[in-house]
Design a protein around this ligand. Structure first.
Ligand code: SF4
Ligand code: MG
Length: 330
């Protein structure tokens, strides 16, 4: 385990929206992120895993300063991000988004796209932009001649390399990767994951790596946080999580990863049932309608966050004070 101070820290972060259902509906609260506390030590990769709608992207927006939390704090190097100006924040945290097809402006050349952060922030001049763009393109494995081409002339993998170059040209400390490989072919996915791993080692970057796919996260992450309806239901070191998942939801996610042909080989897993509507979360433990271990107790009582040797878990099965406690395990 590392003893480095956290470069990124979330303390009890909650984000609630008021959502109107239908044209004449009364607005109702939707808690997208529910009291999340996480720390990411410098140089580590925290994988954030969960299904679509669990709150992962809202969390990413909060970290990028694009949304303010309703309550709680986000700290970078011990300083609240609200207190940092946009320039400082951009130098520290940069995003890489899911879909390089839509996140790159089709009318701009690769040079314009990659140099934009420098130009927006008034860093350097025309000569230095040219030098910096050449350097960063080389680092992400693209030849300098692509500078004068356009996104439409590139493959999906090349476009994601451009997006990575654009993020890294600001020399950030933290990169928020939101599903960075989900739109790519499997063979290209692993090239991009390898590139992200190499860049982390070379530049000492810290990643928050968001994905719905536990297999992708395993490739890169040192720690994993599993998110369900806005809560982190389990957090552990990556090896520990894969060898000994404690939460039934993590176990179900792992089962679907280990099945060679997802959708075919997993008859009636509990995850086959639709994801709950976050505006109307299930009572007690939010996971109970899909949980194979659920009892009436789970429908009534929400589980507490319980410390595990290298993280935490929220499930009555692991709570010594619950009637469902299964006993201490390793
Ligand atoms: Fe399943 Fe109950 Fe644990 Fe929730 S608290 S994950 S419903 S066993
Ligand atoms: Mg998302």
């Amino acid at each position: 385990m590392t003893t480095t101070a956290p470069v990124l820290e979330l303390r009890g972060v909650t984000k609630t929206y008021r959502v109107k259902q239908g044209l004449f509906g009364t607005p109702r609260p939707l808690t997208a992120v529910n009291d999340v506390s996480l720390t990411v030590p410098r140089g580590e990769v925290l994988g954030l895993v969960g299904e679509s709608g669990c709150g992962k992207s809202t969390l990413a927006k909060i970290l990028l300063g694009l949304e303010n939390p309703t309550s709680g704090q986000v700290l970078v190097d011990g300083q609240e991000i609200g207190a940092q100006d946009r320039m400082t924040l951009a130098r520290r945290i940069q995003p890489i988004f899911q879909d390089p097809y839509s996140s790159l402006n089709p009318r701009k050349s690769i040079f314009d796209i990659v140099s934009l952060p420098l130009r927006v922030h008034g860093i350097g001049d025309a000569a230095s932009w040219d030098k910096e763009v050449r350097k960063i393109l080389d680092i992400v494995g693209l030849p300098a001649r692509v500078m004068n081409t356009f996104p439409s002339q590139m493959s999906g993998g090349q476009r994601q390399r451009v997006a990575i170059a654009r993020a890294l040209i600001m020399k950030p400390e933290i990169v928020i990767c939101d599903e960075p490989t989900s739109a790519l072919d499997v063979s290209v996915q692993s090239q991009i994951l390898n590139l992200l791993g190499d860049l982390r080692r070379e530049f000492g970057l810290t990643y928050l790596f968001i994905s719905h796919d536990l297999a992708v996260v395993e490739h890169l992450a040192t720690r994993v946080a599993v998110m369900y309806l806005g809560r982190i239901v389990e957090e552990a070191e990556v090896g520990g999580l894969f060898d000994h998942a404690r939460h039934p939801y993590t176990q179900a996610l792992l089962k679907s990863v280990l099945t060679p042909e997802p959708g075919l080989g997993v008859p009636d897993t509990q995850l086959g049932m639709a994801y709950p509507n976050p505006i109307d979360p299930p009572s007690g433990c939010h996971f109970h309608p899909r949980c194979p271990r659920a009892t009436d107790f789970c429908k009534k009582e929400a589980p507490r966050a319980l410390p595990t040797p290298l993280g935490h878990v929220e499930c009555h099965l692991h709570d010594p004070q619950s009637p469902m406690f299964i006993g201490k395990e390793g």
